[in-house]
Ligand binder design. Structure first.
Ligand code: BEZ
Length: 257
């Protein structure tokens, strides 16, 4: 278990075991990247490296970067032929420019997107592409809303710790940082959680440290149980919880020198 400065405690084993949908859905983003043999690609926020490996299958020379030491260690153990480095998406630099920077389900953990996009633009060759998916505006709004309501009833003020931009907001930001936006879309992607009845509690346990931050540890189980009661009609059916994910996908070219 480790903690990086996004406020969440990360477990590489839990991530791979109970939340494999994160990288399984990410295969669609690899398709959007469409990596070519010989291209240099950076996988930003690579987690346990499964998508890094998938990109490498195309013959691209890929490097995975993640802020979490345990994730990077797990990735390096699983894929010893690939290069993984620990680093901060807000300030990284490589000697050789990349043809593409790829990112799946990582950037919504970082509010300092100006710093991220500066680093991405610096890392790309002129004309290089940035292909990313992150939670978009309205992502997990039902879950966040229910946690906010139940926490407020217990006199705790919690707030959405994530960065879920709209198409307009993120496209403008990309332009400000020297990118030309070729594709941007926001879409609903209801996402079935693993573990049946325990799925929502498991999701909050894995990802919800920032959201539940103001709630004392010994009250969290009861709070989550009330959240489950509130959301059951909307998000639970046939023994499975479905999170109300909304994804923002972008493809942008670096046009700055
Ligand atoms: C997401 O992939 O949209 C997400 C994952 C964990 C927490 C919040 C959002």
């Amino acid at each position: 278990m480790s903690q990086r400065d996004d406020g969440n405690e990360w477990s590489a084993d839990d991530y791979d075991g109970g939340h494999a949908f994160v990288f399984e859905y990410g295969e669609g983003v690899v398709d959007l990247l469409d990596p070519e043999p010989g291209e240099r690609v950076l996988d930003l926020g690579c987690g346990t490296g499964h998508l890094t490996a998938s990109i490498a299958e195309s013959g691209a020379a890929v490097v995975g970067l993640d802020a979490d030491r345990a994730m990077v260690g797990e990735a390096a153990r699983s894929y010893p032929d690939l290069r993984f480095v620990q680093g901060d998406a807000r300030q990284f630099a490589f000697r050789e420019p990349f043809d593409a920077v790829f990112s799946n389900a990582a950037l919504h953990w970082i509010h300092e997107q100006d710093a991220v996009l500066d680093s991405v633009a610096d890392a790309l060759r002129p004309g290089g592409r940035f292909v990313a998916e992150l939670g978009g505006a309205g992502n997990v709004a039902s879950i966040v809303g229910a946690v906010e309501d139940v926490a407020a009833e217990r006199s705790y003020e919690v707030e959405n710790p994530w960065y879920f931009p709209s198409v307009g907001e993120y496209a403008s930001l990309l332009e400000t940082h020297g990118f030309e936006v070729r594709y941007a879309t926001l879409f609903d992607r209801p996402t079935e959680l693993d573990d049946g009845e325990a799925g929502l509690a498991g999701w909050l346990g894995m990802f919800g440290d920032g959201l539940l931050g103001p709630v004392p540890e010994d009250e969290r189980e009861a709070l989550v149980s009330t959240v489950e009661d509130r959301l059951r009609d909307e998000l639970f059916s046939d023994g499975t919880w479905t999170a109300d994910y909304r994804r923002l996908r972008v493809v942008a070219r670096c046009v700055a020198d």
